[in-house]
Write a new protein. Structure first.
Length: 92
């Protein structure tokens, strides 16, 4: 006697599709500024953060100030406010 065919189940992680919404600089700047302010106290918002047994930790090179990604986001946000920044050298 043969076994009945088994149903195949595939489990996918939860997913939410969000529509693209264009923002003006006037609307985007406060959102980015608020995010950057939160990165000073929340290591899980940093792209270079790492997991330890104690929880999420700051990246080893940037700490609360952030690594290169947070640095560039801060420059972008300053430009959105109208601040004119000088180009940086590769060493900076």
């Amino acid at each position: 006697m043969s076994n009945p065919p088994q149903a195949k189940f595939t489990s996918y992680p939860p997913m939410k599709i969000q529509k693209t919404t264009r923002l003006s600089l006037k609307d985007a700047q406060p959102t980015l500024a608020k995010f950057l302010e939160r990165t000073n106290t929340k290591p899980h918002l940093h792209p270079d953060a790492w997991l330890a047994t104690e929880g999420v930790r700051w990246g080893s090179k940037g700490g609360p100030n952030g690594g290169w990604a947070i640095h560039h986001l801060k420059r972008i946000e300053a430009g959105m406010r109208g601040v004119s920044l000088m180009p940086e050298s590769r060493e900076e």
